[in-house]
Design a protein around this ligand. Structure first.
Ligand code: FES
Length: 378
């Protein structure tokens, strides 16, 4: 092994084990030069923070074995409107016998299995320390797939099946943080802000929306420290630029962002101009299709051949023809839309399936085809 390769391996190993983070001087870069490049700073910050987060939570034997894939049968214990203009309701779920619920951390979500067979995911926005109930918020999407309508029809006493909590947007309760939320994207952010306050972290919070009446939870947020919170509805301040949203991104700290796709895309593009070390974000709705080409899908149940344009997902096109098709995240990570591929070569773009699974199936919410035709077991 060459001396340079051995040195690189040692640096990577020490960095991943956290040995470099305890020093006050920056770690060397991957070639051993005594300065930190941006990649190294990010590695240091992100891995260190995650290990710190893991160590920050107490082991709880009561829920250590909870499997998020197992079903929880819960009952609706509360319902209230939290934004009138955008028709957002907060729903609370509890165990029918009052038993404590499995623990969760800010950023976690629940999978709701609706009576119609639809599945939808919603971020938890209550207090993680409260084991007596889970709270989510649901915006009514009048022209959506029907999931939000079904959620809005739930009333106290109704029973629901839930899986989770799972966390694809973990919060690291350490250091300085800027939270950025747009509209209903406030749900995971609210739980994070609450915990940052409880821990005495150095935090700031920028919350945007069309109007105040369309922005959920403003009553609760009004009780937060006003010098750390900026509520900026578009009809009063104008639509913010990404630079405005990131104005208080902390040097060496983290930015957490959740909201509509244009906001996320702007923040991601602008982030490199800040001195912050890490950007964490969660997207609502599907990501835009990048580098797509048109292709065809054939549904084996009917023989219909559907054209998938370059800028749309196969799932969207299939759902127009087959509104009962199962989906949830539309981002390639939940696996709900998985379908068998009977012919054709998919261009897999998901973050979920194993190589074995990809040999026979695909996730049409994000995966595509480089032209030609896929025959799907739909
Ligand atoms: S809908 Fe979640 S992976 Fe396709």
């Amino acid at each position: 092994m060459s001396a340079r390769l051995a040195s690189t391996r040692r640096i990577v190993r020490d960095t991943l084990l956290g040995r470099n983070w305890e020093r006050h001087e920056p770690p060397p870069d991957l070639r051993g030069r005594p300065h930190a490049d941006r990649a190294m700073r990010l590695t240091q910050a992100v891995v260190g923070r995650y290990l710190g987060a893991i160590g920050a939570y107490d082991y709880d034997p009561a829920f250590a074995g909870h499997n998020p894939d197992s079903a929880l049968e819960l009952v609706v214990s509360g319902r209230r409107v939290v934004a009138h203009d955008d028709d957002v309701v907060a729903l609370r779920f509890a165990s029918p016998d009052g038993a404590a619920l499995p623990h969760w951390h800010p950023g976690a979500h629940l999978d709701l299995h609706l009576p119609s067979g639809l599945r939808r995911q919603y971020s938890l926005c209550g207090d993680p320390a409260d084991r007596t109930g889970y709270t989510i918020a649901v915006r009514l999407v009048a022209d959506g797939g029907g999931g939000s309508r079904e959620m809005h029809a739930l009333a106290p006493g109704d029973r629901v099946t839930i899986r989770g909590p799972r966390n694809g947007f973990p919060f690291v309760p350490h250091g300085a943080a800027l939270f950025v939320a747009g509209g209903i994207g406030v749900t995971p952010i609210l739980a994070m802000v609450r915990q940052a306050r409880a821990l005495g972290m150095d935090w700031r919070f920028v919350y945007t929306g069309r109007t105040r009446a369309a922005m959920p939870f403003l009553d609760e947020i009004a009780a937060f420290e006003s010098d750390r919170v900026l509520v900026r509805p578009d009809d009063e301040f104008g639509v913010p630029t990404a630079a405005e949203l990131l104005e208080h991104a902390p040097a060496g700290g983290a930015v957490y962002c959740c909201g509509p796709a244009p906001m996320l895309d702007g923040v991601r593009a602008e982030f490199d101009r800040t001195e912050s070390a890490a950007l964490h974000f969660e997207r609502f709705g599907p990501p835009p299709v990048r580098d797509g080409v048109p292709f065809e899908v054939q549904l084996v149940s009917t023989g219909d051949v559907l054209e998938v344009p370059a800028d749309r997902s196969a799932l969207d096109v299939i759902a127009e023809q087959r509104p009962d098709v199962a989906y949830s995240c539309r981002q390639g990570f939940c696996g709900t839309c998985r379908v068998r591929v009977l012919a054709g070569e998919p261009d897999h773009r998901d973050a979920r399936l194993t190589d074995d699974e990809r040999r026979e199936s695909m996730l049409p919410c994000v995966s595509r085809c480089d032209g030609g035709r896929l025959v799907l077991d739909v």
